[in-house]
Design a protein around this ligand. Structure first.
Ligand code: SF4
Length: 392
């Protein structure tokens, strides 16, 4: 993956039903809305800048797999033409929900999708019910099998740790089934209670139903030991892959590569400029239909902020902060630049050093947010000689 290449993220916000814990930018699936949104997306794409090279395409949501085969084919054809991508030459991920449309998977693959990311969440029917999911454990297994039959060689399964009433025994069964499905990649996310969701109300009324932070940490450790024993490598805090099956798109994000973002709420990165499109469906469609831009927020990061963010993202990965990488990208000695943060985190047992750089220790992976925040805002540090304050 060349450093000067870019990824492309497209947000497809439609879901059949909104899950009670979900805080993503989603809208209920209605065909007239879909037609309007896709027309706006195609229009936004037509005026979107073209990076020199694209290393991955990611259709996220929402539930992109709920779209018809022809909608996905037409969207991908437009994306490939606009960015000069030869079909099949770059990783192209589609997020999928196992509740329906397994019969469309072969068509998605023919259209250029190379990787599926399936929102299984749990292989326990009671937990799926509590999560408000529309599919059963059997549906999930059938969907993964259908993905294989459709010829997908790279399949991810998303799982949630911290589901109400989840036990280490029930989580063990879910992990075992994910492994038995021979998924190439497993993402394990801790459930977060987002303000304003039905889950936030439930949590306020019955907090005892939700595993506390210590219990969730235990579940995440359980995921690490079970998945690593099964041959998966934890290459990022929440992500495990069989060797060679790491997500190119996600690696690009953690390596702070540019990302072109399309669709409502999508956020992108362009050589130090972070931007985000408006979150609402109406606002997004209106802005594009009026011939304007859907961009709502823009922030030009100072060089120091870029370095801090690069460190924070790198720390999430197995590689951690590599001295040579920071020398090449920013012309700095990372261990001197971050000496205060490194000392503090090392003393707390959150970091380990090696000849190539520093990375999170097992304890640091459990307290990743604490460790990363020490690196994220290095502006209190003096700028090293020869380092500009901004890139704009
Ligand atoms: S399917 Fe995924 S994106 Fe859609 S509402 Fe549920 S959690 Fe949110």
């Amino acid at each position: 993956m060349a450093r000067n290449s870019s990824s492309v993220y497209v947000h497809l916000p439609f879901c059949d039903r909104i899950c009670p814990y979900c805080d993503f930018a989603v809208v209920e699936f209605k065909q007239e809305r879909v037609a309007r949104y896709l027309a706006a997306l195609h229009q936004e794409l037509a005026s979107c800048p073209q990076p020199a090279a694209v290393s991955s395409v990611y259709l996220g949501g929402g539930t992109p797999s709920a779209h018809t085969q022809s909608e996905i084919a037409s969207l991908l054809a437009a994306l490939f033409a606009h960015f000069g991508i030869e079909r099949g030459s770059v990783e192209c991920t589609l997020e999928a929900n196992p509740s329906r449309n397994a019969s469309a998977l072969a068509g998605f693959r023919a259209a250029g999708v190379t990787r599926l990311s399936i929102g299984v969440q749990s292989f326990e029917d009671l937990e799926l019910l509590r999560l408000g999911r529309e599919h059963s454990a059997r549906d999930a297994k059938t969907f993964v099998t259908a993905a294989r039959k459709a010829g997908f060689a790279n399949v991810n399964i998303d799982l949630i740790a911290g589901v109400p009433d989840q036990t280490s025994a029930s989580f063990a069964r879910t992990l075992e089934r994910a492994i038995a499905c021979e998924s190439d990649h497993v993402s394990v996310y801790a459930l977060t209670i987002e303000e304003g969701t039905p889950y936030a109300n439930w949590f306020a009324r019955r907090p005892e139903r939700f595993p506390n932070d210590d219990r969730v940490a235990d579940l995440l450790e359980q995921a690490e030991s079970t998945l690593e024993e099964a041959g998966y490598v934890r290459y990022e805090i929440s992500n495990y892959a069989k060797p060679g099956c790491e997500s190119v798109h996600n690696l690009g994000y953690w390596r702070q590569q540019d990302c072109v973002a399309l669709g409502m709420s999508a956020s992108g990165y362009d050589d130090g400029l972070r931007y985000r499109n408006v979150r609402g469906f109406e606002a997004y469609c209106d802005a594009i239909e009026r011939g304007g831009s859907a961009r709502e927020d823009e922030e030009r990061l100072s060089t120091q902020a870029r370095i801090g963010e690069a460190a924070m993202l790198a720390l999430r990965t197995r590689e951690g902060i590599r001295d040579s990488d920071f020398r090449d990208r920013f012309g700095i000695e990372a261990r001197s630049f971050f000496s205060d943060a490194i000392n503090k985190c090392r003393q707390a047992g959150l970091l380990e050093e090696n000849p190539h750089g520093v990375r999170l220790s097992p304890r640091g992976r459990l307290l990743a947010n604490t460790a990363c925040s020490e690196f994220l805002h290095p502006s209190f540090l003096p700028a090293p000689a020869g380092l500009g304050q901004t890139t704009s």
